[in-house]
Ligand binder design. Structure first.
Ligand SMILES: C[S@@+](CC[C@H](N)C(=O)[O-])C[C@H]1O[C@@H](n2cnc3c(N)ncnc32)[C@H](O)[C@@H]1O
Length: 331
C-alpha cells in the first residue's frame, strides 16, 4: 500500500477526491507532489494551503510532465449502471492518518462501497481500495476555508442510501470522538436507513502513543480525559470545568486546541495544576510529517508555536508526557 517513492517528483493531473487519495499515497511514500488542475477538491486545497503539495491552478500543459518521475491521472471511471437494492450507510473510522491504521472491517467497507463520503483528516490514501466505479465525494471542513454544512452531509448520506447505494462515511480517527458520528447515525435512523458503525483508532490515543506517550501508565495516572479546545476557557460556549480537570489527577488530552492551548494551560495552572507538569504536542500524528514537542504545562504553548506546530495536533498534559525511556520517541 505504501509506495516507495522517496525523493521522487510526482505530478497528479486532476484534482477530484480520487486524486486526493493518490496525492496522499505519494506524500506518504516520500514524493514531492504537484497537482495540475483548474479546480481541486477541498482536501487538496487544504494540503496546498499547508504547503504539503504544490497546486498549479490550470489545465495541464505538455511541459508540466517533462521532469516528473511519476505522472498519475486522478480521474475516476464513470459510475457503472448497477442494479440497486436497499441502500445503507456505514460510518468508518479511518484512524489518524496512516492507512495501515484502518481496521480490517473499515477496509472491507471501503472496498465494497458504491459511494464514499470523505473528510480532510481521513487517511485518503485508503481511497485506493475503492472500486474503480465508486463515487467519491469530498466534504472536508477546512478551518476558515471551504466547508459543507452538516445538514448537507446528512442529506447526502441519506439520499444516496435511499437511492439504493451502499455509502461509506469515511472520517479520521473515530467517528464518535468529535466526529459528528452520533448526528449522522441519528439522521440515518430518522430517515429509516440501515446504518452501522466501524469504530476507528482515535487520534486522541494514537497520536500520543506514536510519540511514546501512553495516556495511562501504572503508578502515574489512573485515567485520562479527552476534551475539545475549540473554544477557550471562559468562552460563552465552553462547558468544561478546568479547575476540576486540574484536580482530577487524570491525563488531559486536548483536541482542536492549537489556537487555545495557551489559555487552556493557564486555566489548568490557575486551577491548581503544578506549572512543572509535563506536556507534549503531537502534530500530524501517524503522517510522514509527524512532529512532537515536549515541555511543561507552563511552556508548551510557546514551545509548540516556536517550533511551528499547527493543526491537526493533539496536546497531552500530565506525567505520562515525560516518562524516562519513552520521552525520546518522536515518530
Ligand atoms: C474534529 S476532531 C476529530 C477527531 C477524530 N474523530 C479522532 O477520533 O481522532 C479533529 C482534531 O483531531 C485531532 N487530530 C486528528 N487527526 C490527527 C492527527 N493525525 N494528528 C494529531 N491530531 C489529530 C486534532 O486535534 C484535530 O484538531
Amino acid at each position: 500500500m505504501i509506495l516507495n517513492v522517496t525523493g521522487m517528483t510526482a505530478v497528479v493531473v486532476g484534482g477530484d477526491a480520487r486524486a486526493a487519495g493518490q496525492v496522499t499515497s505519494l506524500l506518504d511514500g516520500g514524493a514531492t507532489v504537484t497537482v495540475v488542475a483548474p479546480e481541486v477538491t477541498a482536501s487538496i486545497d487544504d494540503l496546498a494551503a499547508r504547503g504539503q503539495v504544490v497546486w498549479t491552478r490550470r489545465e495541464p500543459e505538455p511541459g508540466d510532465l517533462q521532469d516528473a518521475d511519476i505522472v498519475l491521472r486522478g480521474h475516476a471511471s464513470e459510475p457503472s449502471d448497477r442494479i440497486l437494492g436497499t441502500g445503507s450507510v456505514t460510518l468508518v473510522g479511518g484512524g489518524p492518518g496512516d492507512p495501515g491504521l484502518v481496521t480490517v472491517a473499515g477496509r472491507e467497507a471501503i472496498e465494497s462501497a458504491d459511494v464514499i463520503v470523505t473528510d480532510r483528516l481521513a487517511p485518503l490514501a485508503a481511497l485506493a481500495w475503492a472500486r474503480p466505479d465508486a463515487e467519491i465525494i469530498d466534504v472536508a471542513k477546512i478551518p476558515g476555508g471551504r466547508s459543507t454544512s452538516q445538514d448537507d452531509i446528512n442529506q447526502l448520506l441519506v439520499e444516496h442510501a435511499k437511492a439504493g447505494q451502499h455509502v461509506v462515511r469515511f472520517k479520521g480517527g473515530d467517528n464518535f470522538v468529535f466526529g459528528r458520528g452520533g448526528e449522522e447515525l441519528l439522521a440515518c435512523f430518522d430517515a429509516g436507513i440501515e446504518a452501522r458503525i466501524v469504530p476507528g483508532v482515535t487520534s486522541a490515543i494514537a497520536a500520543p502513543a506514536l510519540a511514546g506517550v501512553p495516556v495511562t501508565h501504572r503508578g502515574l495516572t489512573q485515567g485520562f480525559t479527552v476534551v475539545s479546545g475549540h473554544v477557550p476557557p471562559g468562552h460563552a460556549d465552553s462547558t468544561l470545568d478546568y479547575a476540576a480537570l486540574a484536580r482530577s489527577g487524570a491525563t488531559i488530552v486536548v483536541l482542536m486546541g492549537v489556537r487555545t492551548l495557551g489559555a487552556i494551560c493557564a486555566a489548568l495552572i490557575e486551577g491548581g495544576l503544578p506549572a512543572t507538569t509535563p506536556a507534549a504536542v503531537i502534530a500530524d500524528g501517524a503522517m510522514p510529517s509527524q512532529r512532537v514537542v515536549r515541555a511543561t504545562v507552563a511552556t508548551i504553548d510557546a514551545e509548540a508555536a516556536a517550533a511551528g506546530l499547527g493543526a491537526p495536533a493533539v496536546a497531552v498534559i500530565g506525567a505520562v508526557a515525560d516518562i524516562p525511556g519513552l520521552n525520546g520517541i518522536s515518530a
